[in-house]
Structures are given as C-alpha cells and as structure tokens.
Write a protein that binds this ligand. Structure first.
Ligand code: NAD
Ligand code: ZN
Length: 360
C-alpha cells in the first residue's frame, strides 16, 4: 500500500477581526520594494471602505477587483499573469485572494502560473505542475467551498472544468475571519454552505473513506446540522461555525473525493454556466437514489430557509447538449469510483445520466 503524502496550508489564523493582522503577516514576506503584493478582491467589495480601507497597500502593490459573475477561466488566469509580468519588472512578493471559492481558486492559479511556463489549461489535472508557486494567501469572505484548505484550483478551460491539483496549490497562509462573511445574502449563504454539506455527504458515503476523512467529515456534518437545521445559534456563532465547517469539509475530501452531485454539477456548470453552489443544490435534490438520508435532510434545510431552487434547467436542451454534460460528468472518474465503487461503469451509463439530468 502506497499512501498519499499531502501538503497542508502552512499557516492559519482564526478569529473575528483577524483580517486586521494582514499587514503584520505581509511585511516580513516582502522580497523588496519593487516586488509587489498583488491583491485579487471580489468586486462585490468595491466601494466597501470597511474592507478595502484595511487592505495594506504599499510601494508598487496592486489591487485587482474581479467579477465573480462567472467562475474562473483558464484564459482569465493567463491574461492576469501576463498583465502582472508586463507591468512589473520583478516577480511579485505574493498573491492575496480575498473572496469566495472563485477568488481563492483564481489566486491559487495565478500564484502557480507566475512560476510555470505555458498556459494554465495545460496544468488542469493531477500533479502536472513542476515549479513551486509564489507565496499566496487566501482570505475567504463566504464559507462552504473548502477552497481555502484544498489542494486544487478549479478552472473552466476550453475542454473541461477541472482543477489544477498539485502539491503547490495549497495556500501558504490563510486568514479565517468570520466577520468578513456577515453581509453574504441568504440565498448565496445557503448555496455555498450546501457545498460544504454535500462535501460531507459525498465523502462520508464514499468508498474512499478512511478515518482521516471520516473524522473531519463527521465534524463538518455536525456543524452543518447545527447551522442549517437548529435554532440555537447567534448569527456570530453561526458564521464562526460555518467557517470551520468549510475547513473541515475541505480536509475531509483531501484523502477521499466528492461524488455524484459534484460530477453532474460540473456538467451543468460547463454547459450552462450554472455556478458551483447552486448547481450542486439543483443536482443533489434529485439524488435520493444515491444518498437517501443526505437528500432527505437537504430537503428539510431547504424548507427551513425558504429556498426555492430553479426547476427545468435542462428542459429545452438538445441531445447534443445532453451529450456534452454527460461527457464532462463521466470524465471525472475518481468521483464516480468514490461514489459507486470500482464497478461504477456497470450502473452509471449515459442513459442513466441523461434520465437524471432530465429531472433537473
Ligand atoms: P463565489 O466565490 O463565486 O461567490 C459567490 C457570490 O458571493 C459572489 O456573487 C460573491 O460576490 C458573493 N460574496 C462573496 N463574499 C461575500 C460577502 N462577504 N458579502 C457579500 N457577497 C459576497 O462562490 P463560492 O460558492 O464561494 O465558490 C464557488 C467557486 O469555488 C466555484 O468556482 C467552484 O469551482 C470553486 N470551488 C473550489 C473548491 C476547491 O477546493 N478549490 C471547492 C469547491 C468549490
Ligand atoms: Zn464543492
């Protein structure tokens, strides 16, 4: 048996208001006054002085506001890297991503591509990165994806939506400040929070499960139940707990994998541009065959928070379009193997996936 040896986030700080310590974290990491820190900030924060006034820009540091209407693309990463290389004579001191899963993945990918030749699409896959990334920090402002702790940076490329999975992907530093999540709108809070819930269900019910994954997954699952089903938490407690649930959910899938909901939601995302959180919800709602208890609880959570999911998103699709989604979903072999087992190809046929997509 050859066990996988995982890198982890090297440093992490947790606490309400810990964002104020960003400057003291950055200062010793500055290589010289010509080597800037590059900040990628979700453009939802543009004009929000409570956050932006606390970003410690100095010397040649540069801040890019990034729209998250669409999830990060390989072409977008390549353009940002080119812009940075053309603008600055020196390699940056570091990359800081401030936002949700989209911005965290974008920051990870840029930090890798600054030090690696070619285009980011060439690195989508497992362990294709040769040179270490530059120093990179992740600061989540919405909780659930686990992108702050994971070993992947998920990008939509010309051929598929797939992560840059590598030992160089995880952040060198993460700042977990639950206060940053306080203005997330309820719907989005639910969708991104459910990403964490689905990570737990898929990990805990997967064939790859071991005690490492189980321990993290059970904790995250317990926290999700408290947050989304019970009424005993203050808003602050709920924010704190969801941030830690996201972390544990992300840790849980390090050794295991996600499953059916993620495989199929990647198809929806690739063809229709449906975002990860809501896409998982749309799919998961129809997966009681695979995750009976998890889906029943999901329906309770949905009801409690008055969430109405989009219906019939696949109604008007052509056979060719179904084929595109099915191809994307089926290409994610490790997800199916985790969900169903080594013999997954016997039951997960194109017809089966089409029938499921037709329900959505
Ligand atoms: P997101 O980053 O797209 O953000 C969702 C929405 O919330 C955006 O409109 C954003 O502007 C808004 N938002 C964020 N913080 C806010 C705040 N504090 N106040 C108000 N609005 C705020 O969504 P997400 O669900 O966090 O991430 C989805 C992305 O993460 C997808 O691209 C997915 O592929 C990726 N993902 C990555 C991993 C990983 O391990 N790398 C895991 C799961 C998902
Ligand atoms: Zn996910």
């Amino acid at each position: 048996m050859n066990y996988r040896n995982f890198p982890m986030v090297s440093k992490v700080i947790f606490g309400r208001g810990s964002f104020n310590q960003l400057e003291e974290i950055l200062t010793p990491k500055r290589l010289n006054t010509k080597a800037p820190f590059i900040f990628f900030v979700d453009d939802v924060f543009k004009g929000d002085a409570r956050l932006t006034s606390r970003i410690p820009l100095a010397y040649d540091d540069k801040l890019y506001y990034i729209s998250t209407k669409e999830e990060p693309k390989t072409t977008q990463i390549d353009e940002l890297v080119e812009d940075i290389i053309l603008t600055f004579k020196e390699r940056p001191s570091g990359i800081i991503g401030i936002g949700g899963g989209s911005i965290l993945d974008l920051a990870k990918a840029v930090s890798i591509m600054i030090n690696n030749d070619g285009e980011s699409k060439d690195y989508q896959g497992w362990d294709l990165v040769t040179n270490p990334a530059i120093y990179h920090i992740g600061i989540p402002t919405i909780s659930g994806t686990g992108a702050e702790v994971s070993r992947t940076a998920i990008l939509t490329g010309p051929e598929r939506k797939l992560g840059i999975n590598s030992d160089y992907t995880p952040f060198d530093q993460v700042i977990l400040d639950p206060e940053l999540t306080k203005d997330v709108p309820t719907q989005q809070w639910f969708y991104t929070g459910m990403d964490c819930y689905v990570h737990c269900i898929e990990s805990l019910n997967g064939t790859y499960l071991n005690e490492f994954s189980k321990t993290y997954g059970e904790k995250a699952f317990e926290l999700c139940k408290e947050i989304f089903l019970e009424d005993n938490l203050t808003e602050e407690e709920s924010q704190d707990k969801l941030m830690m649930a996201s972390w544990h959910g992300g840790m849980s899938i390090a050794y295991s994998q996600v499953g059916v909901a993620h495989a199929m939601s990647y198809g929806l995302s690739y063809l229709l541009g449906i975002k990860h959180g809501i896409g998982n919800c749309i799919v998961f709602d129809h997966l009681s065959e695979y995750y009976p208890d998890g889906v029943a609880m999901f329906k309770e959570m949905k009801k409690k928070h008055n969430i109405v999911l989009p219906q019939n998103v696949c109604t008007d699709l052509s056979d060719k379009e179904f084929d595109i989604m099915i191809d994307v979903a089926l290409s994610l072999e490790p997800l199916w193997e985790n969900a169903i087992g080594k013999q997954w190809k016997k039951t997960i046929t194109r017809e089966k996936l089409k029938a499921l997509y037709q329900l959505m």
